[in-house]
Design a protein around this ligand. Sequence first.
Ligand code: AKB
Length: 326
Amino acid sequence: MTNTKTRIMLTGASGQIGTELLKILRRAHGDSLVVATDIQPLSDPALRESGPFELCDVTRRDRIMEVARKYDVGTIYHMAAILSATGEKNPQLAWNININGTYNVLETARELALSRIFIPSSIAAFGPETPRENTPQETILRPKTMYGVTKVAGELLADYYVRRFNVDVRGCRFPGIISHETLPGGGTTDYAVAIFYEAVKNRRYTCFLREDSRLPMMYMPDCLKSVTELMAADFGRLRHHTDFNLAAMSFTPAELAAEIKVHIPDFAVDYKPDFRQAIADSWPTSIDDSAARKEWGWNPAYDLKGMVKDMLDVLSRRHAEGRLNY
Ligand code: AKB
């Protein structure tokens, strides 16, 4: 059962992806039609003023339902989550937010017959027994982090709702996301954002992963493109729903540092791996995204060179204007 309600609700609107997704959703659908929600008020005054906002803790289903009913919501983008590194420090919190948050959004969708839901998964769904290179779409999912456990459970639960209750849920397994608007928080791939701020500000960076830790990554414009394109895809063409592998680029910290040095020759990096190294070692180095390419035309625009140039252009300009908040 679907409805024709046009309003959109976004959870985790203060987060790294949420902040930028909110902007493009409001641009595409109209400011007043996109309800931003988070457990804290939005910090960007322009975003705060531009449309409706509600405080919403995703572990409270009654609150999600209340907001969805109040605004006559038809679609939810569920971005609120605890990431891998924070999840290892506080596994109980990761379970509560990620599992109960996802279940509550799915139950809201079922009860209110919402039209479409987006729930992201992650490369954290894979584990050390998974083939690490060109990781296939269908493969072994035995993650060793609590974040990964919640992502696999979330994929399976969402898929169950597609098949059992006809809820139209979609999602992809995001690699590390690199961006310059809102800092990521609590992830293992966060080094690939921090390195840019430190390069621009201090010309030095101490990396918490080893220099040869190759991981799949993606630039934010491609991440946003993947969400909007998957959500616009014809349901009848989708064989997968909640677990699309996605790839854009893969690199090591040393390769990223070398590309930054092309633009900032005196940039220097040293390496002090911490507990996040074990998490990175359990994840793939590259991903086979042929299912996403075939089923909804996925095709990323940015490679390592293009992403590094764009990141440094934006952050250097901001630094020169005294606006690099880091
Ligand atoms: C993390 O590092 O935890 C996230 C992810 C890969 O899902 N960026």
